[in-house]
Ligand binder design. Structure first.
Ligand code: PMP
Length: 305
């Protein structure tokens, strides 16, 4: 992490190294923050940094805040504007990941949510691939179950809920896999540690419904819109674990992961090369993020005039 980059903290733009909080801060003690992850893609052709679906990301951040009884100090538009300004201050001309978040900023003991001051901060880092997107990933079904929406809301990005993701991710990697697949409390396929999941069976694209304790992923939504545009039939329905083993194709989606194909799950080979449906969606997605798709040009916001 480059601590000399300019970030936004306590209503000011300043060096990331100067963005500090007291150890007694509510969010640090209880994981009481909500966050987003937004990508900026550098287009060589346009010599511009393009922010992917900035409106959607800040809408979800506000929705996550609402679930957690937070009062955002800024509107969605104002937050989006701060992201653009941070990008400009850092004069980014490479792929970037932005991390906006709202956190319970009071230094106080009770884990309550009401009447605790909320602050907004945003930092960024250079990021190309988060997961390997060219080679197929090996995944395992986690021994950890996904937290349920009635335990910590899963359709929002709640910091404390990521203890669940961390347990699954470390278990997977330490056992030699690239990524974990969560089952929900009912035993149905849910999502990855930081990705939504899709499978293809007999030409149909299938993904668990948002009510199955999954995050309302911006990439998930985009892939569903792209599938519609490509005429690929889609089903949002529960997926059983063993159904994944016999899928024709499986892939993860996420701001970090983008579209990353899975080659094996629990030692069952899914594919030895990227599947045709995944490939079609992935190529189209990679055009979209660079502002090169005429149908979805509005998905990107240029940083520089
Ligand atoms: N699920 C979880 C648990 C995540 O952390 C993420 C990453 N934000 C996703 C899914 C994918 O969401 P998005 O496409 O909005 O990045």
């Amino acid at each position: 992490m480059d601590l000399s980059t300019i970030a936004y903290h306590k209503s000011e733009f300043k060096k990331l190294s100067d963005c500090t909080v007291n150890v007694a801060t509510h969010a640090l003690q209880y994981g009481t923050a909500v966050f987003g992850g937004v990508r900026g893609y550098y287009s060589k052709g346009m010599d511009n940094l393009l922010i992917f679906r900035i409106d959607r990301h800040f809408k979800r951040l506000h929705q996550s805040a609402k679930m957690m009884r937070m009062t955002p100090p800024l509107s969605e538009k104002e937050m989006a504007n701060i992201l653009i300004q941070v990008a400009r201050f850092n004069n980014y001309r490479q792929n970037v990941y932005f991390r906006p978040f709202l956190y319970k900023a009071a230094e106080q003991l009770s884990p309550r949510f009401h009447d605790v001051k909320d602050e907004f901060s945003l930092y960024s880092l250079r990021l190309d691939d988060y997961l390997e997107t060219n080679k197929g990933l090996s995944a395992c079904v986690s021994s950890w179950r996904r937290i349920d929406d009635n335990i910590i809301p899963t359709r929002g990005k709640v910091s404390g809920g990521y203890a669940n993701s961390g347990l699954a991710k470390s278990e997977a990697v330490e056992n030699g896999y690239d990524e974990a697949i969560f089952l929900d409390l009912r035993g149905f396929v849910c999502e990855g540690s930081a990705e939504n999941i899709f499978m293809v069976r007999d030409g149909v694209l299938v993904t668990p419904p948002v009510a199955a304790s999954v995050l309302e992923g911006v990439t998930r939504r985009s892939v569903l819109e792209l599938a519609k545009s490509e005429g690929i039939p889609v089903e949002e329905r529960d997926i059983a674990r063993a159904e994944l083993y016999v899928a024709d194709e499986v892939f993860f989606t996420g701001t970090g992961a983008q579209i990353a194909w899975v080659s094996s799950i629990d030692h069952r080979v899914i594919g030895t090369e990227v599947g045709p449906v995944t490939n079609k969606l992935r190529s189209r997605f990679l055009k979209c993020v660079l502002g090169e798709d005429s149908e979805f040009k509005q998905w990107v916001t240029p940083v520089y005039e």
